[in-house]
Design a protein around this ligand. Structure first.
Ligand code: 5GP
Length: 155
């Protein structure tokens, strides 16, 4: 049965694609490109999305090589959702949105563009449409200020 394959294969294959170690989030994990980080531990990193759908849009990624939900080791998923809850609470406290959406895309058909597992933490504000499909590159100083607000709200 598909779900019974050895754990050693879980991080290798999703929809016939192989994990590409040169993807942009793998480079952030290795410190090869910068990110505006809000929280990092030995298992996960949370950082500001460079093209935010709304103010406070934050991404959380595990440090394991997984493309998405299907190939992620369960213990990495557990660590990821725990850090996502911590960061989401801080985003909520910092930005006080009207709601907060959690998004996790699997495969291009669902809109995935970076093939390393990630949760989007997306604050939603009444009367401010999400910039879905029309997001633009954020100003770095603004992203840094938003990240600082989230860090300040981490408990
Ligand atoms: P996906 O479409 O795969 O669910 O989401 C990928 C997200 O990664 C997008 O929202 C996009 O703006 C963000 N992103 C792409 N490249 C970078 C980058 O180099 N740095 C950061 N911080 N975010 C990125």
């Amino acid at each position: 049965m598909r779900w019974a394959r050895p754990a050693s294969e879980f991080h290798r294959v999703t929809n016939s694609m192989l994990y590409d170690t040169s993807n942009i989030f793998a480079k952030i994990i290795r410190g090869e490109i910068p990110a505006v980080k809000v929280l990092e531990d030995e298992r996960c990193i949370a950082f500001m999305d460079i093209m935010p759908w709304s103010d406070g849009h934050t991404l959380v990624i595990p440090k394991v090589q997984a493309m998405g939900l299907f190939d992620a080791p369960p213990d990495a998923l557990a660590a990821l959702i725990k850090q996502t809850q911590i960061v989401a609470r801080a985003v909520n406290a910092a930005f006080q949105p009207d709601g907060l959406r959690l998004v996790q895309n699997n495969s291009p058909g669902a809109g995935q563009t970076v093939f390393h597992l990630h949760f989007h933490i997306v604050p939603c504000y009444n009367d401010v449409p999400l910039r879905l499909g029309n997001a633009v590159m954020a100003n770095l100083a603004v992203l840094q200020e938003h990240a600082q607000r989230i860090r300040n709200a981490l408990t």
